[in-house]
Ligand binder design. Structure first.
Ligand SMILES: O=C(O)/C=C/C(=O)CC(=O)C(=O)O
Ligand SMILES: [Mg+2]
Length: 217
């Protein structure tokens, strides 16, 4: 199995949220007492050359740039000290979020599945082998909209670090080769509209560019 093509065989996207203090603050949220996880289906992936589609009825689509961790080996109940052995590599990803739907769901105490899991809600870049990144805890991650910097963060500000996230998630979801683990977004999230162009990256190691369109049908 070649992880380079992880999108073709990945079965799920496991995402952690509320993992950067500045983003928690900008959302007016509280630091959670336990890790917050949600899932996106594999149908959420979109790769470069294809647009991000605003789902019908969404009035406030937000970008959230995130470090994506790509699982290299089946991981079930792994200990934190061993977790990096199960990581194959990394990518840059966008956790596209229908913020209006998420706020409705939050106030009704309902799940975020539609807000976070609609088709094209997970744009991703290419696979970067883990050996190519010397320090995953000190990596700039950024997002521009129409050439303007919106998010300019660094993985050093993650509250939960990659080994903990992989280990914790593996206690509940068996992580399989190719699966993507999203690690939360730094501050600066904001709205995009049809006609916008989003660029995002991990430093200058990997970069993505996507157009935003309205979903037609
Ligand atoms: O606190 C909120 O209202 C929203 C949080 C999120 O959308 C969680 C994430 O996806 C994240 O922090 O990256
Ligand atoms: Mg997110």
């Amino acid at each position: 199995m070649r992880l380079v093509k992880f999108v073709e065989f990945s079965r799920k996207i496991v995402a952690v949220g509320k993992n950067y203090a500045a983003h928690i603050k900008e959302m007016g949220s509280e630091v959670p007492s336990k890790p917050v996880f949600f899932l996106k289906p594999a149908t959420a992936y979109v790769t470069e050359g294809n647009p991000i589609k605003i789902p019908k009825g969404c009035t406030e689509l937000h970008h959230e740039v995130e470090l994506g961790v790509i699982i290299g080996r089946k991981a079930c109940d792994v200990e934190e000290k061993d977790a990096m052995d199960y990581v194959g590599g990394y990518t840059v990803a966008l956790d596209m979020t229908a913020r209006d739907w998420q706020l409705d769901a939050k106030s009704a105490g309902l799940p975020w599945s539609l807000a976070k899991g609609f088709d094209t809600s997970c744009p991703v870049g290419q696979f970067i082998p883990k050996e190519q990144i010397s320090d995953i805890n000190s990596l700039p991650l950024w997002c521009k909209v129409n050439g303007q910097m919106r998010q300019n963060g660094n993985t050093k500000d993650m509250i939960l670090k990659v080994p903990f996230i992989v280990s914790y998630a593996s206690n509940f979801f068996t992580l399989e080769p190719g699966d993507l683990v999203l690690t939360g977004t730094p501050s600066g999230v904001g709205q995009v509209k049809a006609g916008d162009c989003i660029e995002a990256g991990l430093g200058d190691i990997v970069k993505i560019k996507f157009d935003v369109v309205n979903k037609e049908k």
